[in-house]
Design a protein around this ligand. Structure first.
Ligand SMILES: Cc1cc2nc3c(=O)[nH]c(=O)nc-3n(C[C@H](O)[C@H](O)[C@H](O)COP(=O)(O)O)c2cc1C
Length: 460
C-alpha cells in the first residue's frame, strides 16, 4: 500500500520553504522549545526509543538506543558532542542534500533536541565541501535561529546552551564512515579508527560523542510532535521496531528519478513503478536497494523464508519487489536497506559493465589503511578490467569471489564489506551473464549501457 507522507518534504516545492518563517508557519521549533522548557532527558529518550527510528545512514541502528549509550551524567571535564553525518558519498544516494537545501531548519531543531538528549552543548554538521547550496542553507538557518534566540547561551530563555557549526570535508567517501569522519573533523587524515572505543566512549576530540545521519536527526522534531509510538505506527514494519516515515530515493533506469517521502514499508515495486515512473528503456533486470554497497537483487528473485521466525515469512514465495523496504526484511533477503536509495538496472544494462564501474569507484575510494581492502579492491578492479577487455578466463570469476571473501571481516571499517558484498552479489546473481561475457569477449552483451549518473566514471 503506497503511503506517501509530507513531513520533511512538506515545503520542498515552495520557493522559500527553507526559510525560518516558512518553518515556523508549519509549527517549527515548538518541539525544541518544549524539550528545553523542562522535558526530562529520560522522557525524551523513551519517546525516541518508542519512535523506532532506525539510523538513516546505512547501518539501521536504533536511534533512541544509540542516544542512551552516552555516559550519564556528563562530566564537566568530558564535554559531549553531537556529530551529524552529512557526507552522503554513497553512490546513488542524494536524500540528505534535499533536506539541507530545502528544509535546513529541521536539522537545526533536531540538533537542539539531540544535544539535550545526549548531554551535549555543541553539534557539528559534517558536510562535503562541494555541496555549496547545502552549506549556505545550513549556515543561513543557524544564523536565523541564533538571531531569534533559539541557539546560543540561553535558547528559548532556557539555561541549556547549544551551538551548531557546519564543518566541511574535502569529499572522500571514507569520511562518511563515522570514525574517519571524526578524524577528519579533528583535522587529521580521514582514516577509520579501531573500535572499541566506540564514539559514545571516545569520539570527537576524545570525548563522548554521538554520530547520527542528517536525516535521522532531521526527523526528530516530527517524531516528537506526533509522539514516539504514533510515529512508529506509521510504518508497516512497526512490529519489527522499524518505525515512522523516511526518504526513499530512486535513480538509474527509471522515468522519474528522485527523492520521495513515504511510510517505512514501501515496496520496491511501489518505489520503481509508482514513484519512479517505471523502468526506462527496457524491462526491469535488477535493483541495488540502498546505495551501491548493498548486494544486488534480481527482479525475478522470489522470497524464500527459512521458517516462521524469519522477518520475511509473510512474503514467502512472493517477488522480492513486494517485500516492504525495512532494515530487517532486507537483511533477511541477503542484502541491505542501506540508505534506502535504490539504483535500478533495466535489461538493456550489462551487469558486467555495471560491476566494473562500481569496482572502479571502490578501488579509488579505499583509504589504503588496511591491506585486504587496499590490495583487494585494486585486484578486483584489475580483473574486471581484464574481463571487459576480453582477456580474462572463466576461472578468474572464482578468483574474484576469493578476493572478495578475503576482504570480508578483515578490515578496520565496513568499507571492506561495502566493496566485497556488492562484488559477491553481482557474481552470484549474474554468474551466467559473466561467463557468457567472458566466453564471447563481450559480444553476448551488445548493450553498452552502464549505470547512469552519480558514479558513472566519477572515480578517475
Ligand atoms: C565507507 C562508509 C561510508 C559511509 N558513509 C556514510 C555517509 O555518507 N553518511 C552517513 O550518514 N553514514 C555513512 N556511513 C555510516 C556511518 O558510519 C554511521 O553508521 C552513520 O553515520 C550513523 O548514523 P545513523 O545511526 O543515524 O544512521 C558510512 C559507513 C561506511 C562504512
Amino acid at each position: 500500500m503506497l503511503r506517501q507522507t509530507k513531513y520533511l518534504s512538506s515545503r520542498y516545492n515552495e520557493p522559500d520553504g527553507w526559510s525560518l518563517s516558512a518553518y515556523e508557519r508549519d509549527g517549527g521549533y515548538k518541539q525544541a522549545k518544549r524539550v528545553l522548557g523542562g522535558m526530562t532527558r529520560d522522557a525524551l529518550i523513551e519517546d525516541m526509543k518508542a519512535a523506532n527510528i532506525r539510523g538513516r545512514g546505512g547501518a539501521g541502528f536504533a536511534m533512541g538506543v544509540k542516544w542512551s549509550f552516552m555516559p550519564w551524567p556528563p562530566k564537566p571535564e568530558k564535554p559531549h558532542y553531537l556529530v551529524i553525518n552529512a557526507d552522503e558519498g554513497e553512490p546513488g544516494t542524494f536524500k540528505d542534500r534535499t533536506i539541507m537545501e530545502k528544509n535546513p531548519h529541521s536539522v537545526v531543531e533536531g540538533c537542539i533536541i539531540g544535544c539535550y538528549g545526549i548531554g551535549a552543548h555543541t553539534a557539528y554538521i559534517y558536510v562535503r565541501d562541494e555541496l555549496h547550496l547545502s552549506k549556505e542553507r545550513l549556515w543561513g538557518a543557524i544564523n536565523e535561529a541564533k538571531a531569534k534566540g533559539y541557539l546560543g547561551k540561553n535558547p528559548f530563555g532556557s539555561d541549556y546552551a547549544v551551538e551548531v557549526f557546519v564543518h566541511t570535508g574535502a569529499g572522500a567517501y571514507i569520511c562518511g564512515e563515522e570514525t574517519a569522519l571524526l578524524n577528519s573533523l579533528e583535522g587529521k587524515r580521514g582514516e577509520p579508527r579501531l573500535k572499541p572505543p566506540f564514539p559514545a566512549q571516545a569520539g570527537a576530540f576524545g570525548m563522548p560523542s554521538t554520530v547520527n545521519n542528517l536525516e535521522t536527526i532531521a526527523i526528530v522534531p516530527t517524531a516528537l510532535e506526533m509522539g514516539g509510538d504514533a510515529f512508529s505506527k506509521l510504518s508497516e514494519l512497526h512490529n519489527l521496531k522499524d518505525g515512522g516515515s523516511r526518504l526513499f530515493g530512486v535513480s538509474g533506469h527509471v522515468n522519474t528519478p528522485g527523492v520521495f517521502e513515504a511510510c517505512v514499508g514501501l515496496t520496491l515495486r511501489e518505489l520503481i513503478y509508482d514513484l519512479g515512473g517505471g523502468v526506462k528503456g527496457g524491462k526491469l533486470l535488477a535493483v541495488i536497494p540502498g546505495g551501491s554497497s548493498c548486494p544486488i537483487l534480481r527482479a525475478d528473485d522470489l522470497v524464500s523464508a527459512p521458517n516462521e521466525k524469519s522477518p520475511l515469512f509473510p512474503w514467502n514465495g512472493k517477488s522480492v519487489l513486494d517485500v516492504p523496504l525495512g532494515v530487517d526484511t532486507f537483511r533477511a533477503l541477503g542484502t541491505m536497506l542501506g540508505t534506502c536509495c535504490a539504483i535500478v538496472l533495466s535489461d538493456q544494462a550489462c551487469p558486467v559493465l555495471a560491476m566494473h564501474n562500481l569496482m572502479r569507484f571502490y578501488r579509488h575510494e579505499s583509504c589504503g589503511q588496511c591491506t585486504p581492502c587496499r590490495e583487494g579492491s585494486a585486484w578486483i578492479f584489475r580483473i574486471m578490467d581484464r574481463i571487459v577487455a576480453g582477456q580474462a578466463s572463466i576461472e578468474e570469476l572464482d578468483r574474484l569471489s576469493e578476493i572478495a571473501d578475503n576482504i570480508m571481516g578483515n578490515t578496520i571499517c565496513a568499507f571492506g564489506e561495502g566493496t566485497a558484498m556488492p562484488a559477491l552479489g553481482f557474481l552470484k546473481k549474474f554468474r551466467r551473464e559473466f561467463e557468457q561475457y567472458i566466453l564471447t569477449r563481450g559480444k553476448s552483451s551488445p548493450n553498452r549501457l552502464t549505470l547512469p549518473g552519480h558514479f558513472a566514471g566519477a572515480a578517475e
